[in-house]
Design a protein around this ligand. Structure first.
Ligand SMILES: Cc1ncc(COP(=O)(O)OP(=O)(O)O)c(N)n1
Ligand SMILES: Cc1ncsc1CCOP(=O)(O)O
Ligand SMILES: [Mg+2]
Length: 207
């Protein structure tokens, strides 16, 4: 199955007090991948939250991806997203098995994506494309790189960084398969608005 659609990413501070209700609202609108991104070191809470997300994803036929933490992903039998300093890809592929979804951060560098493809990545992520509240310091990436990536890579392409309903269309026009979004999805005033946004992202991607 080709990975295509909305890639919702959680954020602890943004979702404080409404974590599961907002995630469920997004799933209601359609989420292809859901990433649990939590930078805290509270292992017990991380396990609890990740288990709750895995159960929700099962109900909504979405796929859970754990950010940074291959061990937690292995424990829950779900996918993982690895940045350039989050550990090597090949051993993670061996740990999680051939069917697991493994994503790789490639910033704005095609060479990183080619390497990730060789090492067994399931998708490659480029960005940030726009100003990001969640990660303002992330290196920026241009639409031109997407054209080149589309020509040379044979993997689903994910875009991340400051993506909203108002700026996502050019990314899709340049061949992006997965739109990875934090604020543009969860920075909403109500669960109804989260669901509406999720549906609208899917319409943009025609999924
Ligand atoms: C889909 C997706 N793309 C990129 C990232 C960024 O990963 P990384 O560079 O490891 O930074 P952190 O998210 O860990 O701060 C991502 N998480 N997801
Ligand atoms: C994790 C990450 N990596 C590059 S930008 C980013 C944050 C994405 O969040 P937002 O959609 O709020 O900009
Ligand atoms: Mg990381």
């Amino acid at each position: 199955m080709k990975l295509r659609g909305l890639y919702a990413i959680t954020d602890g501070p943004l979702l404080a007090g409404k974590f599961l209700s907002y995630v469920e609202a997004a799933l209601e609108g359609g989420v292809t991948l859901l990433q649990y991104r939590d930078k805290s070191s509270d292992e017990a809470r991380r396990l609890r939250e990740a288990e709750a997300l895995r159960d929700l994803c099962e109900r909504y036929k979405s796929q859970l991806i754990i950010n940074d933490d291959a061990e937690l992903a292995a424990r829950l039998n779900v996918g993982v997203h690895l940045g350039q300093t989050d550990g090597p890809l090949s051993p993670t592929r061996a740990l999680l098995g051939s069917k697991a979804i493994i994503g790789s951060t490639c910033h704005a560098q095609l060479e990183l994506a080619e390497q990730a493809a060789k090492e067994g990545a399931s998708y490659v992520a480029f960005g940030r494309f726009f100003n990001s509240n969640t990660k303002p310091g992330a290196p920026s990436c241009s639409l031109d790189l997407l054209d080149e990536a589309k020509r040379t890579l044979h993997l689903p392409i994910c875009a991340i960084g400051g993506i909203t309903l108002d700026n996502a269309a050019p990314l899709v026009a340049h061949g992006v398969d997965l739109l990875a979004v934090v604020h543009g999805l969860f920075g909403a005033d109500s669960t109804a608005e989260v669901t509406r946004r999720a549906r609208a992202f899917n319409e943009l991607l025609k999924v």
